[in-house]
Design a protein around this ligand. Structure first.
Ligand SMILES: Nc1ncnc2c1ncn2[C@@H]1O[C@H](COP(=O)(O)OP(=O)(O)O)[C@@H](O)[C@H]1O
Ligand SMILES: [Mg+2]
Length: 258
């Protein structure tokens, strides 16, 4: 099976400032379809730099990167942008939704761009609704972002990342702005999508969140220092069940005695 992501000895050196920064120092990695990877590491260890390389938002200074078998060093800027639109979906820490635009319209956006789009307005609308349904927000389609909770906004952003049928979903600290219960809900959405075959790579610095993924990679100073499969990973549905039971029990004990 062709790996969805294959990188060989990639380096990234930022040389815009006075002193060049060697942010990624020879990382090699293969990710196959169906994986769910957490990229971990201290602040400054190179997580975002590596994600930007994986996301074709930046090119490596050295080394090779094959996305779904395609050598990206052979592509010009427009071809790279097309590849990014076709193969990748992005989720960000701050949701990045347009404020004066409904949930549905936010999700439609990626389908309105791209040079090879041939979808009609109603096809675009149907596909956007399908993705909102997939994240459990079909009933919030005409809400604006400020009418949605943080977790709901992140689910809209996930729906938006899905519309072009990406090979890989890339998420940089997707739960960074969410409370712990909402974070588990978002991990539940990711686990459901992953179970349906979508490959996910996400950055997190929270160990308990990484435990919902199948594989954990740890970066230190631009190098992968650990790469292991997660044993007994957490399942969001059962963790949420426990939380609900604990809340219900707390309510019972808080009720006045009969
Ligand atoms: N655009 C840039 N120009 C120069 N240095 C950068 C740039 N982006 C990141 N760096 C540096 O590269 C290193 C890795 O940063 P980053 O990938 O953002 O780490 P992380 O996401 O793990 O916190 C840091 O030393 C950071 O200061
Ligand atoms: Mg970062």
């Amino acid at each position: 099976m062709t790996p969805v992501v294959k990188i060989e000895e990639i380096h990234k050196i930022y040389d815009s400032g006075e002193v060049p920064v060697h942010a990624v120092r020879g990382v090699s990695l293969e990710i196959v379809k169906g994986e769910f990877v957490a990229l971990m590491g201290a602040s400054g260890s190179g997580k975002s730099t590596l994600m930007n390389l994986l996301g074709c938002l930046d090119r490596p200074t050295r080394g090779r990167f094959y996305l779904d078998g395609i050598d990206i060093s052979q592509l010009d800027k427009n071809e790279l942008a097309d590849l990014r639109n076709q193969k990748l979906g992005f989720v960000f820490q701050g949701f990045n939704l347009l404020a004066r635009t409904t949930a549905l319209e936010n999700v439609e956006l990626p389908m309105l761009y791209g040079r090879h789009r041939r979808m009609s307005g109603s096809q675009i609308r149907d596909r956007a609704m399908e993705c909102l349904d997939a994240v459990g927000l079909g009933n919030r389609a005409d809400h604006f972002p400020n009418q949605l909770s943080g977790g709901q906004q992140q689910r809209v952003a996930i729906a938006r990342a899905l519309v072009n049928h990406p090979q890989v979903l890339l998420a940089d600290e997707p739960t960074g702005n969410l409370d712990s219960k909402t974070s588990v809900e978002v991990m539940g959405v990711f686990q459901k999508l992953n179970a349906s075959g979508i490959t996910i790579v996400m950055v997190t610095h929270e160990l308990d969140i990484a435990h919902y993924c199948k594989r954990n990679l740890i970066l230190r100073d631009g190098v992968v220092v650990r790469d292991e499969f997660v044993k007994d990973r957490s399942i969001a549905e059962s963790e949420l069940g426990k939380l609900r039971a604990a809340e219900a029990a707390a309510k019972l004990t808080a009720a006045p005695a009969a």
